[in-house]
Design a protein around this ligand. Structure first.
Ligand SMILES: Cc1cc2nc3c(=O)[nH]c(=O)nc-3n(C[C@H](O)[C@H](O)[C@H](O)COP(=O)(O)O)c2cc1C
Length: 405
């Protein structure tokens, strides 16, 4: 598995790169993009084929997107939660990816206060009591016992992933998921040692990274996806994120992936581009949320214009603050984008929508057959996750492509 290719005269992006003790055949990584292909909260044949195709398309490492570390951390239906009984299916997935020469990573997280009550069948948990407009629910405040249990769930999930043959784990500490909720002053108003100062807000997320590192042993790649900013007043700022990055490095992270946004508040900030409100309304099953989306979606979900490499400037601040590899994410669509990220000192790039549009692009780019992907950032792939699994709807449904203005 993961055989490095011939490297002479290759752009740097197509040369092998190292994360911890793992060598990838090139510096491209498929970003965690929720697939919506796990109807039994376990990997399905469709999910395995989805990642096999990406691996066959030339990627260095593919990432199985958001998997909940425990049953109360499930954000959407069709989502994996990590438990012993799914080990054989996880193994089938990593075997399929390895056979195509790529490595496999898995994103582990907990969605905290925006868990879907109808899916988890109880009140969501979070750092502080908070109303979630996204779900029309109020969470229960986590006790010290919850914090200890959740940390252990992250460790158990990481151990299971390693046994299943995953070459890396990616801890989700961004996008307003639970660890990011602890980091953000908007969701964390605790008065104990887990709230208040940045040092306190970092305590739980950092302890998770530390515990996973200790359980995985030295060298095993533990990636941390974190926010470089939440994207609204009262959220985590870039100055705080720089300090958080250093803390994650000290806790044993092998690499960082700086991203941004808060799923329950600024859900498209991390992606930029169009907000496909009507596709969202159509895909929503909860009648109350559906009506709310139809009436107020345009006002609630902020649309932020897309541009290639939209996080480059801020991500450089994170990169300059740490010595471990930093993986660039956000608007990578061409070889030129990838090479810019390499020139700026990033060690790898993560690619989301460009690979949803065409899983074969890395081979095509490496063979000089294409230089860029024509994803128009309509973001209908995001709504499609909940309908029939993530896909580019202009490919799978023949939807007319829009030109982003
Ligand atoms: C369909 C879709 C699903 C996504 N699901 C996840 C997810 O499960 N976890 C995550 O961290 N980010 C998720 N993201 C965000 C991407 O990982 C990435 O941060 C974002 O799309 C920007 O990268 P890009 O410009 O290469 O698409 C998703 C993005 C898309 C388009």
């Amino acid at each position: 598995m993961n055989t490095p290719r011939k490297t002479t005269n290759q752009p740097k992006i197509f040369t092998p790169g190292k994360i911890g003790s793992l060598t990838l055949r090139n510096r491209t990584i498929r970003a965690g993009c929720f697939e919506g292909l796990s109807p039994k909260a376990a990997p399905s044949d469709a999910l395995i084929e989805h990642h096999r195709k990406i691996a066959a398309g030339g990627i260095g490492m593919t990432t199985v997107s958001y998997c909940a570390v425990s049953s109360d951390g499930v954000a959407f239906g069709n989502e994996i939660w990590m438990r012993e009984e799914i080990l054989p299916d996880l193994k089938r997935l990593t075997d399929a990816v390895h056979k195509e020469g790529a490595a496999a990573s898995i994103q582990l997280g907990h969605c905290g206060f925006f868990a879907n009550r109808s899916v988890i069948k109880k009140a969501p948990i979070g750092p502080s009591r908070k109303f979630c407009l996204f779900r029309y629910s109020i969470c229960r405040v986590m006790t010290e016992e919850d914090i200890r249990r959740l940390r252990e769930d992250f460790v158990k999930a990481a151990r299971l992933a390693k046994r299943a043959g995953f070459d890396a784990v990616e801890i989700h500490a961004g996008h307003g998921y639970l660890l990011s909720q602890f980091l953000s002053p908007w969701t964390n108003q605790r008065k104990d040692k887990y709230g208040g100062s940045l040092e306190n807000r970092l305590r739980f997320p950092v302890s998770v990274v530390k515990a996973v590192r200790e359980a995985m042993g030295p060298g095993y790649p533990v990636l941390v996806k974190m926010n470089l900013e939440d994207g609204f007043k009262g959220g985590l700022t870039i100055d705080e994120a720089v300090k958080a990055a250093k803390a994650f490095e000290s806790a044993g992270a092998s690499a960082l992936i700086p991203s941004c946004g808060f799923t329950a508040r600024t859900s498209f900030y991390m992606m930029r581009g169009q907000v496909p409100i009507w596709e969202y309304v159509k895909s929503e099953k909860n009648p109350l949320t559906k009506m709310g989306m139809a009436l107020f979606g345009r006002f609630i979900v902020r649309e932020v214009p897309y541009k290639d490499l939209f996080l480059l400037g801020q991500s450089k601040r994170i990169k300059d603050a740490v010595k471990i590899p930093v993986i660039y994410i956000g608007g990578v669509c061409s070889v030129a984008d990838m090479e810019t990220a390499m020139r700026e000192g990033f060690s790898f790039v993560q690619i989301g929508r460009a690979l949803v549009r065409d899983p074969n692009i890395i081979n095509q780019m490496q063979n000089g057959k294409t230089a860029a992907v024509d994803c128009d950032h309509c973001n209908r792939c995001v709504a499609e996750m909940a309908v029939s699994g993530v896909s580019c709807t202009s490919v799978t449904k023949g939807f007319r492509r829009k030109v982003y203005k």
